[in-house]
Design a protein. Sequence first.
Length: 218
Amino acid sequence: MFELCASILAANPENLARDVQDAETAGVDAFHIDLMDGCFVPAVSFDTRVVRAMRAMTKKPLDVHLMVDRPLNYVEELADLGVESISVHYEVPGGAEPALKAIRAAGLKAGLVLNPETSISAALPYLEQIDQLLLMTVHPGHGGQAYLSGSNEKITAARAMTQILGSSVVIQVDGGINLKTLPGAYKAGARSIVAGSAVFCGNIQKNVLRLQSEPDLE
Ligand code: DX5
Ligand code: ZN
């Protein structure tokens, strides 16, 4: 079993409420919201107003992925808006620790994100401070990219690290997940799966059903 987090970056912005309702009815477990500031990544996506709107649209958990230079500045507002989890990049200037501490102090689940080129060992000092380890399986900043080769090996290494240390940290993957790539990521040890295009492009009900009933995951 895995948790399916629908990344609303791929939803239709003109019909966000309808797409979110469809995904919820289809049975997604949570919604993943990418906040980009145009500095940590070149693109700009949603800001906290979209998080507020999402909170009014759904009771499902909201999982926020901060692709911003100053994650600490967002934590209090996101906690007040009622999100369940916030993930912070290892690569941010000054390091992720202050924001991770603030997220936990606010009573939320904390996630550490590793870019594709960052090695798994970077997460070692953080394992006690986090609930999920998000491995980027594409370069952050855009939806609809291809799953990077070598990602499954990285998930396997992360899973081995958490098992050896007796850590209950959940491994989450983000980027390029579809019916072809999901089985490999799952088998390697990912148990929280972020999917944008694979959920929102085309028929949402069918997409979610197919992802959740992927036979290779038995
Ligand atoms: C990419 C974002 C992802 C994105 C995934 O930087 O973090 O959450 O929405 O999109 P897909 O599933 O289309 O690769
Ligand atoms: Zn994301």
